[in-house]
Design a protein around this ligand. Structure first.
Ligand SMILES: C[S@@+](CC[C@H](N)C(=O)[O-])C[C@H]1O[C@@H](n2cnc3c(N)ncnc32)[C@H](O)[C@@H]1O
Length: 260
């Protein structure tokens, strides 16, 4: 069975996030996703007046929402260009270059809340994901909140190209087909490095013109991974922020969990 070699995945994904397109793109984003509006409201007590770590901060889309109410706010990103751009954009806040797999600059229990938004955790491999979850657990105080989103292995259009699986006819599908055709060199390069398992997978999807290998995980497996890393009270939410057990209509899902 072909297997996503962690080095290939890491190299491809780090190159995309370090690239000029990403460094231009992410600082332009400012709005919260519908589920984030719901969850940031529902968990306001974990954000306002608290120490918040915002990992994979990108261009700072969430900074303007999370930093002002927080007592202490730290944003991290492993893309040097994005970390520098966001630090320049928010000079009053601590924004640093760092990888979620190594949070050794922080003591155990340093934060009340850790956020890893917009599926940023999905760009490292299966084994590294367990390391990252344990690191996020370690820097949270007991009872602290983790909030993240992740691509959904149970999505009904998982691993389908835009023209496959009876797509809805229309301009959006036509645009996606054209983008996939234009990116055929990236698809040819990365598809041999995919891993597809029943409960999780690492696949070359349409992210950044098919230049990345993205982790998809089913809701049951994701909750198990969170529990194995030392979290409890794990909850799952759809794109609207409604609680679900699993959902095959959502391309990604949101999770909240408490440091046990
Ligand atoms: C999809 S982007 C989202 C950016 C931002 N959170 C937003 O919502 O606009 C994912 C971000 O996670 C960062 N990232 C991915 N893997 C990371 C890692 N291992 N450690 C730290 N940051 C990472 C990327 O550089 C990128 O900025």
């Amino acid at each position: 069975m072909p297997h996503a070699h962690p080095d290939v995945q890491d190299r491809a994904n780090q190159a995309s996030y370090a690239g000029a397109d990403a460094v231009r793109h992410y600082p332009r984003l400012g709005h919260l996703h519908p589920a984030e509006k719901v969850l940031f409201g529902a968990y306001e007590a974990d954000l306002a007046g608290r120490a918040v770590l915002d990992i994979g901060v990108g261009g700072g889309r969430t900074t303007g929402h999370l930093a002002p109410p927080a007592r202490e706010y730290v944003g991290l990103d492993y893309s040097p260009g994005l970390a520098a751009a966001t630090a320049a954009r928010f000079p009053d806040h601590r924004i640093e270059e760092a990888d979620v797999r190594d949070l050794s600059r922080f003591d155990d229990g340093s934060f009340d809340t850790v956020v890893f938004s917009f599926n940023g955790l999905d760009y490292i491999g299966h084994e590294d994901r367990a390391i990252a979850l344990r690191e996020m657990r370690r820097v949270l105080r007991h009872g602290g909140l983790l909030l993240l989103s992740s691509h959904n292995r149970d999505y009904r259009r998982f691993h389908l190209l835009p023209w496959q699986g009876r797509p809805r006819p229309g301009r959006a599908t036509a645009r996606r087909c054209y983008a996939a055709w234009r990116a055929r060199a990236n698809r040819r390069r990365l598809r041999p490095h995919e891993t597809i398992r029943p409960t999780w997978a690492i696949v070359n999807d349409d992210a950044h013109d098919y230049s990345m290998l993205t982790y998809y995980v089913g809701a049951d497996e994701s909750r198990n991974q969170l529990r194995a890393a030392g979290f409890a009270d794990v909850a799952t939410f759809d794109l609207a922020g409604d609680a679900v057990e699993r959902d095959d209509r959502a391309v990604w899902l949101y999770y909240t969990a408490r440091a046990a």
